[in-house]
Write a protein that binds this ligand. Structure first.
Ligand code: MV4
Length: 457
């Protein structure tokens, strides 16, 4: 096992990794920017090193600074958390050349899955259904028209280097296709330095269902069940749950098997997620793969009882997965709600500032992952996530009740948060029946939330 791990991140995920290391007897090294001096990850780690000024590009994203800190602190490994350098293949290569273990997938895994055209092609060849569309990159408007003659409208034009909804355009006819093709391509060129785009049939009213994967270095790949992540706003997830309320046990079994097959097809290592789009008729298709531990991983931890971050570390140290597929048995109903420092009454404008006072919920079946304390300054430079409330119940109704109670117990003064939106969703009839899809939240917001006021408090 490693002696010392550097955590190349901040906020709640840095604390999450520190907790896993502590239980494993591994020493931790935090890194922080100037403005994060008073952050909890700095306090909680065994050692902390300043890596630069506030802008992430000058600190948390600056590879040379992270590697220097790792060398100075003499760590064996780096855990990247999510975001920042977590899916940077170049960073993984540099870690390798410095003899530092990157706790995550291989550079090749990241590269392959980062190119959505390669990902789609590789996965399709292994027998996993992908969304009907172009064979690879579409180079011209004429080629785009040719693809649509077979699939029909509507279609989505997606950036090969995109993912998470960046550089996407919908087209309903030849005119919007030609226009969307040009716009998606130039937008992708500007954003990613790679203007390559591909085309998929647009699946309307679909749900986003993803499967958690873990793979060790000994050829073992397991899946730990699904998370329904359809409740999103502008491609930012707000709420996730397991099990997916509309998946039959047969569909669940098939989706799990296909996710394992996709991971095996690319020789995947460590924690990852296979995203599927589930259409209203029950068909599902591979969408993309996330090559990191995700924000919503606690949903799976609460359902399965496994510690996925500890498992990541063990795998990176060369150990075998500590559980087999046949032992994995997700139990109960888990919901996560993300609390962001944003004002839902003001178009979700960021709401940084001092937390004058905060109280977190507790009790049976409730988990809170947060780096915030009374007196903490929510900084404007980074992600607005300030807490994740995760609840588990024996039934979905119990989980909803529990989340409802947890949201009322959550009290914060000084900043605005998305907590009131959680209450509105939990009270919505469609959510309660499990009948929602990826456009649900924007629709709910437009419809005025059935009269429930969004207060920001
Ligand atoms: C789609 C789709 C419908 N059809 N692809 C959005 C983010 C990126 N992961 C891909 N996304 C979508 N791809 C086809 N062929 C609908 C979406 C989509 C979406 C997906 C998951 C969660 C929320 C979403 C919100 C809008 C669109």
């Amino acid at each position: 096992m490693f002696n010392r791990i550097l955590i190349a991140n901040r906020g709640e995920i840095a604390l999450r990794v520190i907790r896993a290391c502590r239980e494993m007897g591994v020493k931790t090294v935090a890194v922080y920017s100037d403005v994060d001096e008073h952050s909890l990850h700095v306090q909680m780690a065994d050692e902390a090193i300043c890596i630069g000024p506030a802008p992430a590009t000058e600190s948390y994203l600056k590879i040379a600074n992270i590697i220097s800190a790792a060398e100075v602190a003499d760590v064996d490994a780096i855990h990247p958390g999510y975001g920042f350098l977590a899916e940077n293949a170049h960073f993984v290569q540099i870690c390798e050349s410095c003899n530092i273990t990157f706790i995550g997938p291989t550079a090749d895994n990241i590269q392959k899955m980062g190119d959505k055209v390669v990902a789609r092609e590789t996965v399709r060849k292994s027998g996993v259904p992908t969304i009907p569309g172009s064979d690879g990159v579409v180079k011209t408007k004429e080629e785009a028209l040719e693809v649509v003659r077979k699939s029909g409208y509507p279609v989505l034009i997606k950036a090969a280097a995109g993912g998470g909804g960046k550089g996407m355009r919908i087209a309903h006819n030849d005119v919007s296709l030609a226009q969307g093709f040009m716009m998606a391509s130039s937008e992708a060129e500007r954003a990613f330095g790679n203007g390559a785009v591909y085309i998929e049939k647009y699946i309307e009213n679909a749900r986003h269902v993803e499967i958690q994967i873990m793979a060790d270095h000994h050829g073992n790949v397991v899946q730990l069940g699904e998370r329904d992540c359809s409740i999103q706003r502008r491609h930012q997830k707000l709420m996730e749950e397991t099990p997916c309320p509309v998946l039959s046990s047969d569909q669940r079994r098939r989706m799990g098997k296909l996710a394992v097959r996709a991971a095996e097809a690319i020789g995947y290592r460590n924690a990852g997620t296979i995203e599927f789009l589930l259409d209203p008729t029950g068909h599902f298709y591979f969408m993309e793969m996330n090559t990191r531990i995700q924000v919503e991983h606690p949903v799976t931890e609460m359902a399965t009882g496994y510690d996925l971050v500890k498992e990541q570390i063990k795998i990176a140290a060369g150990q075998r997965l500590s559980f087999e597929q046949k032992e994995i048995n997700p139990q109960g109903y888990v919901i996560e709600f993300r609390i962001n420092a944003e004002d839902p009454a003001n178009n979700f404008a960021p709401s940084p500032g001092r937390v004058e006072w905060v109280h977190f919920p507790g009790g049976p079946g409730i988990r809170v992952d947060s780096h915030v304390y009374s007196g903490y300054d929510v900084l404007p430079f980074y992600d607005s996530l300030i807490a994740k409330l995760i609840v588990r119940g024996d039934t979905r109704e119990e989980a909803i009740q529990r989340m409802s109670g947890a949201l009322s117990e959550f009290m914060i003064e000084g900043i605005k948060t998305t907590a009131s939106l959680g209450r509105a969703i939990l009270n919505d009839a469609l959510f309660r029946r499990g009948r929602y899809h990826t456009a649900y939240l924007e629709q709910l917001l437009k419809d005025g939330l059935g009269g429930v006021a969004l207060t920001g408090t």
